[in-house]
Design a protein around this ligand. Structure first.
Ligand code: LER
Ligand code: MN
Length: 268
């Protein structure tokens, strides 16, 4: 199983990011700790030094499995389901820019909080329609770039919390390059049985996030990651297991503890 960890390329208020700040130093540290890849969280690809990222990841031999896109929602309020059509349009354009970056880096694009959330008196069906429309537009841009929709827990959005409803949604979008990103932190809140949900999602699992039940590094909470890895093997998951964890007690220790925990259980 290949292990990666999320690094934010731009300042962000989202807290489950082990690495923020100096990209060069962080990539060197991720390599030194023994990770096989680095997932990038990117707010706006247009404000990124793409050549620098390409050079650093290539020189350190660290592939980029995925690009996280939620900061455009968290920092700028862009979303596929906003009541304002100009904001929806900006969100779609932003993902189209992310797709171009993903093509360059041979990564997939994560569709997490960029879908937005439906306000209290909002229309859920209408939001779903807008979300499907945006997904179809984005997925059609490049059939070779995968888009991974992440079921996210109820405290962050009310649009797609569970694996089951997300699979039904992927079916409705009906594009082969659209699948799922499963995240153990969200699954621990929403799924009756994490492993059963992995078995149900199967080949639709395009990417996988790990954090323990408290969103700290694996081993700091009560998720049974040995069982999770076994289930991922059972469904022949070939992607990265990517740590999206709090930098607690600090970036280096959280990343180090996470990888040593996984190396230990992978040796069983
Ligand atoms: C992003 O991958 C994620 O898991 C969300 O919690 C973002 O808020
Ligand atoms: Mn996640």
């Amino acid at each position: 199983m290949k292990l990666s960890i999320v690094l934010s390329t731009q300042p962000a208020s989202f807290s489950a990011l082990a690495f923020k700040g100096n990209i060069e130093e962080n990539i060197a540290m991720i390599k030194e700790l023994g990770y096989d890849g680095v997932e990038l969280a990117v707010r706006n690809p247009k404000e990124l030094d793409v050549n620098q990222i390409e050079n650093l990841t290539t020189n350190n031999n660290l592939p980029v499995p995925a690009i996280g896109t939620g900061q455009a929602y968290g920092e700028e309020g862009l979303s596929f389901t906003n009541a304002d059509s100009s904001i929806r349009e900006k969100a779609v354009y932003r993902i189209i820019d992310q797709i171009a970056l993903a093509r360059k880096l041979n990564a997939l694009v994560i569709i997490g909080l960029i879908r937005g959330t439906v306000p209290k008196n909002g229309n859920m069906d209408e939001a779903e329609k807008l979300f499907i429309k945006a997904m179809k537009e984005c997925a059609a841009v490049d059939p070779n770039v995968k888009l991974a929709i992440e079921p996210i827990n109820r405290y962050e959005t009310n649009l797609l919390n569970t694996v089951e409803e997300s699979l039904a949604f992927v079916e409705k979008v009906g594009m082969p390059n659209v699948g799922l990103l499963l995240d153990t932190f969200h699954m621990n809140i929403e799924e009756p049985d994490i492993n059963k949900s992995i078995l149900v999602a199967r080949e639709k699992i395009f990417h996988f996030h790990v954090a323990d039940s408290n969103r700290w590094y694996a081993g700091a909470g009560h998720i049974d990651f040995a069982e999770v890895l076994d289930t991922l093997m059972q469904v022949e998951y070939k992607g990265f297991v990517s740590a999206e964890i709090m930098p607690y007690p600090d970036s280096e220790i959280s990343a180090r503890n996470n990888i040593s925990y996984f190396k230990k259980i992978m040796k069983r």
